[in-house]
Design a protein around this ligand. Structure first.
Ligand SMILES: *Cc1c(COP(=O)(O)O)cnc(C)c1O
Length: 381
């Protein structure tokens, strides 16, 4: 478990054992023989792409997935081998590098397929790619009616191998979504039609975390490939997928009280004077604010743990400071006492889903914000 380091600084701890445990819990929800692409884009959602990728590989993740070529080259530079999906595809000028490093771009345009095929011929081994299909996300991908044509064109390009179809669910993780069901049906139909035309597409995948936590109905017990991101880090893609797997928040963010004091009734706290002490009140000041990734939307809404209890944020979150109300235990609080913004203290825990709910956002944004703003400490080291 995470231990608070001796240093009094703000600490962002990443528990790699929690990520491993989450992977195991998610695998138990998938049909036997299923495979996982561990999604480590955006610096592994703020957890650190290289250490997380290495741990996921050690835990048997069959694939990794990143957004861009640059992210993939960072992994390769750190010695991370094996299949890596490039979820944003490649520009034609990046095709040579993608092939040289054995990466698998997910593309939807003939121009990219041609550039990859040419790079594959130049390298003397086929370029691998996957075809992105938009079954109802309304974002990247070819419409299903064009996908078969693109597959036929790709099959006519020497030096190129299409290893799968990729689609993405728009309402994954929300139980009972008819839209998810429609997308799953469209994807299955397209795969069947493609296979009837002789395309094998062994590494096809429909969904991220949501489709594993709340699987669409379908031909049961068929092994799948899932691109898992948020759930590996212990957050939910949708509050509706709560309780489907035991997930542990992999990040913990801690600090210490910088100041402790009692203020008289009527004292207004922080910029804009948006909160006033209704009575004489003990306050604690924490050296954490939106510059540290503690979102300003937590003003007057967030909670932190001090002395094993939840303490409300009072007034506005500042750039580097946030004020807490310490309650009846205020007189016992001391400068330097540990504060937990995210994670456990004693019997209490603020999970990434709870913090996201308090901030009016999703756990993805919480992790990206904290990870981008803070140096990380790994457990185990
Ligand atoms: C980010 C992403 C994922 C991972 O989604 P999670 O909800 O974090 O599991 C999967 N597929 C695509 C295409 C993505 O962009």
């Amino acid at each position: 478990m995470a231990r608070l380091p001796a240093s009094p600084d703000n600490r962002l701890l990443v528990d790699l054992d929690a990520i491993a445990a989450n992977l195991a819990a998610l695998r138990r929800l998938m049909p036997p023989g299923s495979r996982v692409a561990g999604v480590v884009k955006a610096d592994a959602y703020g957890h650190g792409a290289i250490p997380v990728a290495k741990r996921l590989k050690a835990e048997g993740a069959e694939f990794l997935a990143v957004a861009t070529l640059g992210e993939a080259l960072e992994l390769r530079g750190a010695g991370v081998r094996g299949p890596v999906l490039l979820l944003l595809g490649v520009w034609p000028r990046e095709a040579n590098l993608a092939v040289e490093h054995g990466l698998t771009p997910v593309v939807a345009r003939l121009e990219a397929l041609e550039a990859l095929a040419q790079a594959g011929r130049g390298a003397g081994r086929p370029a691998q790619a996957q075809l992105k299909v938009d079954t109802g996300m309304g974002r990247l991908g070819a419409p299903p009616r064009e996908a078969l044509e693109l597959l036929a064109q790709a099959a006519g390009l020497p030096g190129l191998e299409i290893t799968g179809l990729v689609s993405h669910l728009a309402t994954a993780g929300a139980p009972g979504s008819e839209h998810t069901q429609a997308q799953a049906t469209a994807f299955a139909q397209l795969l069947r039609a493609a296979r009837e035309r002789g395309h094998r597409l062994p590494d096809s995948s429909l969904s991220g975390s949501g489709g594993v936590l709340v699987p669409p109905a379908g031909p049961d017990k068929q092994p799948i490939m899932a691109r898992l991101g948020m759930s590996l880090y212990g957050g939910l893609p949708d509050p509706g997928s709560a309780g489907r797997a035991e997930l542990r928040t992999a990040m913990a963010y801690t600090s210490r009280l910088l100041e402790v004091k009692q203020v008289p009734a009527g004292t207004a706290v922080s910029y804009g004077r948006t909160w006033r002490a209704p009575a004489d009140t003990w306050l604690g000041v924490v050296p954490v604010g939106y510059a540290n990734g503690y979102l300003r939307s937590l003003s007057n809404r967030g909670q932190m743990l001090v002395g094993g209890r939840r303490r409300p944020v009072r007034g506005r979150v500042c750039m580097n400071l946030t004020v807490l109300e310490l309650g009846a235990e205020g007189p016992q609080a001391r400068v330097g006492d540990p504060v937990v913004m995210l994670g456990r203290q004693g019997a209490e825990e603020i999970s990434v889903d709870e913090l996201a709910g308090l901030a009016g956002t999703i756990p993805y944004e919480i992790c990206c914000a904290l990870g981008a703003a803070n140096p990380r400490v790994y457990v185990p080291a």
